[in-house]
Write a protein that binds this ligand. Structure first.
Ligand code: NDP
Ligand code: GDP
Length: 332
């Protein structure tokens, strides 16, 4: 039987990788886009003719229910969210609506329209926040430290509530940071690889960053979307921590990107207090043993591999100069 998947946030980093993955698995893939969104469809441009896109408002439950009724999906992957932590401080209520409350609207629409539909919630390691212990697993306490994390905490809990009380097949992947050449440029990894590539071809000279000691468990987005589909194929719905189990500092990411390009980062990186976080989270490191054992999921791209993939893509986007540098790196 050919399955139909409906993806919210299909225009984002994960949405685009997940759509490609599900098409490869033989799914019919449909996506929700917003009428007044960023309008940036570049991440799905290569596959857009194989997708069906629908306009609906995540904050309007009736519009979501009508859409679900029309599409009749077997699986819904809810990835849309306001995802940037500094924006969540600037716009906490919008973040609560989009990142938190949209989830219950979709869950309730599923309950009304067809409770057999399987639901995936993109939860976040940010829910661990002020973690007492590292690494974190599915049993670790939630202590969110910012409005994004608090909204994700709500979305995570309401997903479990609808599973336990209404019997829906609803589950959350507690995702640790995952990056790619499609990562939004506000996030530190992409900011580093894009600026380092520009410095290498002479289009920039300096990179201003905040806390170089901040640590994250960074993986490759293309690996993480595979876990989403695997979770919805289980006999029973369960939540899973998804991460590499390995943490690196922002400084280590900088060092890896600059040294790959043959640059000395100390000559270009300027620490700027405007990029410091008021409430930094404790070291967030995944304990993904449950995902290894139950899903058979393991990431395939290493930290070094991720940095190089992102630098290579940013070089390639810089025209002839960038492509020449990229070739020389690969020839070396
Ligand atoms: P992106 O920021 O790349 O994509 C976000 C998506 O949400 C875009 O498609 C965007 O649409 C959509 N969106 C944002 N606001 C709205 C809105 N008001 N109404 C409708 N759609 C909206 O995120 P990622 O792909 O990186 O992340 C996917 C999910 O995984 C998110 O829920 C995120 O919180 C979660 N997650 C991600 C992690 C990561 O490291 N990447 C870690 C942990 C969790 P548009 O293109 O129109 O702006
Ligand atoms: P997050 O984990 O979702 O907040 O992902 P980010 O990529 O935005 O931030 C990861 C870490 O990098 C945080 O601890 C930030 O404090 C740190 N960081 C250091 N400098 C910067 C910067 O210039 N921009 C961003 N976004 N983060 C930075």
């Amino acid at each position: 039987m050919q399955k139909t998947a409906l993806i919210t946030g299909i225009t984002g980093q994960d949405g685009s990788y997940l759509a490609e993955h599900l098409l490869g698995e033989g799914y019919t893939v449909e996506g929700v886009v917003r009428a007044e969104g960023s309008g940036n469809r570049s991440r799905i441009a290569a596959i857009e003719d194989r997708l069906t896109l629908h306009t609906a408002d995540l904050l309007d439950q009736a519009s979501m229910a009508r859409l679900i009724e029309r599409v009749k999906p077997h699986e819904i992957y809810h990835l849309a969210a306001q995802t940037f932590i500094p924006t969540s401080w600037a716009e906490p209520i919008m973040t609560a609506e989009v990142t938190g409350l949209a989830t219950v609207r979709i869950l309730d629409a599923i309950r009304e329209v067809n409770p057999e539909i399987r639901f995936y919630q993109a939860s976040s390691s940010e829910v661990f926040g002020q973690a007492e212990h590292s690494p974190q697993n599915e049993k670790s306490a939630f202590r969110p430290r910012n409005p994004y994390a608090t909204a994700k905490h709500y979305a995570h809990s309401i997903t479990a509530n609808y599973r336990d009380y209404h019997g829906l097949f609803a589950c959350s992947g507690i995702l640790f940071n995952h990056e790619s050449p499609r990562r939004n440029e506000q996030f530190v990894t992409r900011k580093i690889t894009r600026t380092a590539a520009k410095i290498r071809v002479g289009q920039a000279n300096e990179l201003r960053l905040g806390n170089l000691l901040a640590r994250r468990d960074w993986g490759f987005a293309g690996d993480y979307v595979r876990s989403m589909r695997l979770m919805l194929q289980l006999p029973e719905p369960e939540d899973f921590v998804i991460g590499t189990g390995e943490a690196h500092s922002v400084g280590e990411f900088v060092e890896a990107a600059f040294s790959y390009l043959g640059l000395d980062w100390k000559q270009h990186v300027v620490v700027d207090s405007q990029f410091y976080r008021p409430a930094e989270v404790h070291p967030l490191i995944a304990d993904p043993r449950k995902a290894h054992a139950v899903l058979g999921w393991r990431p395939q791209v290493s930290f070094e591999g991720l940095v190089r993939m992102m630098v290579d893509a940013d070089l390639a986007a810089l025209g002839e100069d960038g492509q020449r540098v990229r070739k020389s790196l690969h020839a070396a």
